[in-house]
Design a protein around this ligand. Structure first.
Ligand code: BJW
Length: 243
């Protein structure tokens, strides 16, 4: 299932970059972004809640959705895919992990060199001025307000139409252009600019391996597409290359 060419390439690689998305946390019990929501949230599209416009229209709805997701994210554990990526970092001399995920499962698994593209669900900041807030009222209901400027509090994540953290994409693009191998794992490759990172690698003739149970818009362009769950495929790769 794991081609010998990948095993050889990874064994000899000096510089490896990995882009992860929500699929990597799916086996930990975190719903992916484009999964149908369940229960209370079944009638809402996640992509329609993750915008400044949605928050302005209904701050309580969006605040409570994030409170629910924060609570869920606080209860889950890294899965074998997260652990395998932390192990890969130990074996590769120069390794960088770029994640779109807002949970902390890569950190919990022991990954070190992590760049977050879309923020952190455990952080809270104010809507108007982005003042970071350490303590806030966790009760469901209307969002609390900022002690400094009085605007609503919101999750410290990157919504559609908002800029990614300064330099994050440029760092990733530079990194992948000079990598020996790039992985794109558990992402639908629909959301830009993160989705452009593997494309940047391919344009620089750097091999890209996709791990995903489903096809994505980049599947036909990548060097190798491994069809399956990252929590199953990544440990197999580690075992074959360094086991
Ligand atoms: C498994 C699995 C298993 C299942 N194992 N796999 C260029 C072209 C077109 C549009 C744009 C463009 N550039 C920018 C845009 C606009 C927009 C965009 O991309 N829109 C597209 C949807 C068309 N981008 C933005 O607005 C970005 N900002 C920006 O560009 O700013 C410019 C600017 C500059 C200066 C000033 C101001 C502005 C921001 C994007 C922010 C995205 N935010 C979200 C929400 C984060 C907070 C939260 O979590 O609530 O990020 S949206 C959501 O999508 C979330 C995710 O990180 C992101 C990506 O989703 P991901 O991770 O790929 O998840 P899914 O669910 O889509 O896919 C899961 C995959 O896993 C699937 O493929 C499954 O098959 C697979 N899977 N089980 C492995 N076990």
């Amino acid at each position: 299932m794991i081609p010998q060419s990948l095993i050889n390439l990874l064994r000899d690689a000096k510089r490896v970059a990995v882009l992860t998305g929500a699929g990597v946390s799916a086996e930990s019990g975190v719903p992916t972004f484009r999964d149908a929501q369940t229960g209370l949230w079944a009638k809402y599209e996640p992509t329609e809640l993750a915008t400044p416009e949605a928050f302005k229209a209904d701050p309580e709805l969006v605040w409570n959705w994030y409170a629910w997701r924060r609570e869920l994210a606080g209860k889950v554990q890294p899965n074998p895919g997260h652990v395998a990526l932390a192990q890969m970092e130990q074996h590769v001399p120069d390794f960088a992990l770029f994640t779109q995920n807002v949970d902390d499962l890569h950190d919990q698994a022991g990954s070190q060199n992590i760049t977050r593209f879309h923020g952190n669900i455990f952080g809270v900041k104010c809507f108007d001025q982005h003042h970071m807030i350490d303590n806030w009222d966790q009760l469901p209901g209307t969002p609390p307000t900022c002690p400094q400027c009085g605007s609503w509090l919101r999750s410290d994540v990157v919504w559609f139409g908002e800029a990614l953290p300064d330099g994050a994409i440029e760092t990733a693009a530079d990194y992948v252009r000079s990598a020996d191998l790039v992985f794109s794992i558990g992402t639908s490759s629909l959301v830009y600019p993160a989705a452009a990172v593997p494309i940047e690698a391919l344009n620089a003739s750097v091999p890209v391996v996709e791990i995903n149970p489903n096809e994505t818009p980049i599947t036909e362009h990548v060097s190798l597409a491994l069809r399956g769950k990252s929590g199953e495929i990544l440990p197999l790769i580690i075992e074959k290359v360094w086991g």
